[in-house]
Write a protein that binds this ligand. Structure first.
Ligand code: GTP
Ligand code: MG
Length: 218
């Protein structure tokens, strides 16, 4: 297959383009593009020309649009949050740990942009179930995180941050994913609990569990 060739004549600063290009015509590689990399002269024109024939990026089967995975322990409200974001009951939410069995990928549109939201099976606490089931839920969650750009870690406001929260949050951060921590079931807290709930101290408890976690100011 014939590849297009572009001829760039570099280090041309301070020279007339015609003179700089003159002797390179005889290479018969087309019109020489006179540039100065050090000064940036002609570089934009060169890039415009080189990129001219590239096709526009296509969405194809949805590979390129942003994806976010909703992760966390069983029963914290991941599926409920997914339904709330979608504005319809697309996934089953039920007051029983283990309702979602496998990751569910759902495409949706918001402001003319396509996104994929991934509802995941809750990550089981070690020792609560057989090791095989626990590993299965962790592996499925890790795969969803790898497939996503952003991980939304859902916590239950009435429970403390646990080892499995730290494990999957740590995995998301190490994988280079953006991490959002959502404290759900806020309505379940009594007014006095609400007034004593300090986002900063809770954030500190998250960051001490996860050394590489920094809190955005509220
Ligand atoms: N009070 C209260 N209950 C909630 C909230 N979010 C979810 N729930 C309830 O919590 C229960 C579990 O919700 P799910 O969305 O199924 O939880 P999940 O995290 O998807 O659970 P698994 O699929 O088992 O991992 C359901 O009864 C929900 O109605 C909330 O913000 N407040
Ligand atoms: Mg669920």
């Amino acid at each position: 297959m014939q590849r297009p060739v572009y001829l760039a004549v570099n280090k041309s600063e301070g020279m007339s383009h015609a003179i700089a290009a003159a002797e390179f015509h005889e290479l018969a590689l087309g019109e020489p593009l006179v540039i100065s990399s050090a000064h940036g002269d002609g570089v934009r024109e060169l890039m415009d020309l080189v990129l001219e024939d590239f096709p526009e990026e296509e969405e194809g089967n949805g590979v390129h649009h942003p994806k976010f995975a909703v992760i966390g322990r069983p029963n914290v409200g991941k599926s409920t949050l997914v339904n709330a974001i979608l504005g319809e009951d697309r996934v089953i939410a039920f007051d029983h740990p283990g309702t979602t069995r496998d990751s569910i990928y759902i495409d949706f549109e918001r402001d003319a942009q396509t996104y994929t939201i991934i509802d995941t099976a809750g990550v089981r606490r070690r020792g609560k179930v057989t090791e095989a089931i626990e590993k299965f839920s962790v592996i499925k969650t890790m795969k969803a995180i790898e497939d996503a750009n952003v991980a939304v870690l859902v916590l239950d406001a009435q429970q403390d941050i646990s080892e499995q929260d730290a494990t999957i949050a740590g995995f998301a951060l190490e994988a280079g994913r953006a991490l959002v921590v959502a404290v759900n079931k806020w309505d379940n807290r009594t007014p006095s609990e609400k007034s004593t709930f300090d986002v900063k101290s809770r954030g500190k408890s998250i960051s001490s569990t996860l050394p590489s976690f920094t809190i955005s100011p509220p």
